[in-house]
Design a protein around this ligand. Structure first.
Ligand SMILES: C[S@@+](CC[C@H](N)C(=O)[O-])C[C@H]1O[C@@H](n2cnc3c(N)ncnc32)[C@H](O)[C@@H]1O
Length: 331
């Protein structure tokens, strides 16, 4: 059925589990990650309202093949996924604006099973924005938004209202290092409920040039996105990063099979966090790691799923094997 903009709005509930601005976890992550010899902040802090908008722009870039490839796979396979899962409820981790999710929601609606959508995201703007849009587009759909950290707040998911499918799209699972990735998948598996399914989007191992271009586009949008984490720290923690004094760096690590994004200090710098009583020094060319994005093979995905007690049932990929969607259930 076509989305219907005229329909009466269905019910929206929003459960916000973050303190305003999410600054408590940012404070902990800065105290932990910027006081070590190798500096690091986790990628979830990119995503304030501006970071989420920049990510939407990245998704449209010619170099950024993951979004359009995953969308094409979803378009091909959504009806089959709806039929196999019979899901009444779609939970999406790191939903963002849930742009591709509509393909799945429409397939579940066409199958006559769809009742509830649960977007989970640290970005309150995206959760509220997609909830408002989706209740207008899907008559009768209930949306329960969870504003929170999917590493900490999955316990706050409501009980399933029928068969549940948890979608984790966009290759975001690659942001976890291997050990915590498997731990995280176990937590997700525990929230599937009876006869639940996991739909996992993974970017695949490929040539370094394609991968590095995807994280270092010619228009410089990814560089802006990367530097956004400095703006977030300035705003939420009162830090005084000179944002333009850091260069964007993205490279493929062939041994670990992941992309790293870093920010490289152009010169010697001192950054103050008066709210934390912290002063951080950067040497010339010193780097701050802001993201890893691990890439997958079918064997790696199946191994991670198995370690979390999940069985890989379907592996959907594109003709060029750039990206894959795994459909898995509890063993
Ligand atoms: C790479 S984007 C993917 C967005 C969308 N799912 C897609 O496929 O295009 C990652 C999304 O996950 C969210 N996110 C990142 N870390 C998170 C965390 N720890 N908890 C909740 N959301 C998180 C971000 O705000 C962002 O919307």
């Amino acid at each position: 059925m076509e989305p219907n903009a005229q329909a009466a709005p269905a019910r929206i509930t929003i459960d916000c589990r973050l303190p305003p601005g999410g600054e408590r976890s940012l404070r902990d992550d800065v105290l932990d990650g910027l006081t070590r010899p190798f500096k690091e902040v986790p990628p979830k802090h990119f995503y304030d309202a501006r970071g989420s908008e920049l990510f939407e722009q990245i998704c449209e870039l010619p170099e950024y093949y993951p979004t359009r490839t995953e969308r094409a796979i979803l378009e091909d396979q959504a009806a089959a996924i709806a039929e196999r899962t019979g899901a009444a409820e779609l939970v999406e981790l790191g939903a963002g604006y849930a742009t591709k999710t509509r393909i799945l929601l429409s397939a579940l609606e066409d199958a006559g099973t769809l009742r509830r959508f649960i977007p989970v995201d640290v970005s309150e703007a995206t959760v509220r924005g997609c909830a408002d849009a989706l209740v207008r587009e899907y008559p009768g759909l209930e949306v329960h938004g969870l504003v929170g950290d999917f590493e900490r707040h999955l316990l706050h998911l409501p009980d399933p209202c029928g068969r549940r499918i948890i979608a984790f799209l966009g290759g975001t699972i690659g942001n976890f290092p291997p050990g915590s990735r498997r731990r995280f998948l176990r937590t997700v598996a525990a929230r599937l409920g009876p006869e639940g399914w996991l739909l996992l989007g993974t970017d695949l191992v490929k040539d370094a040039r394609t991968l590095e271009a995807a994280y270092d586009d010619a228009a410089g949008v990814t560089a802006e996105f990367n530097r956004n984490v400095l703006r977030v720290m300035n705003r939420d923690l009162g830090a005084d990063f000179d944002v333009e004094a850091f260069d964007h760096v993205a490279f493929w690590d062939p041994d670990r099979e992941w992309i790293e994004m870093r920010l490289r200090s152009r010169g010697r710098q001192t950054v103050r966090f008066p709210d934390l009583g912290l002063t951080v020094h950067f040497a010339p060319r010193e780097e701050l790691r802001t993201e890893i994005s691990a890439k997958f093979t079918r064997t790696r995905a199946a191994g991670d799923l198995a370690a979390a007690g999940l069985e890989l049932v379907d592996w959907f990929t594109d003709p060029d094997e750039l990206f894959a969607l795994s459909l898995a259930r509890l063993v």
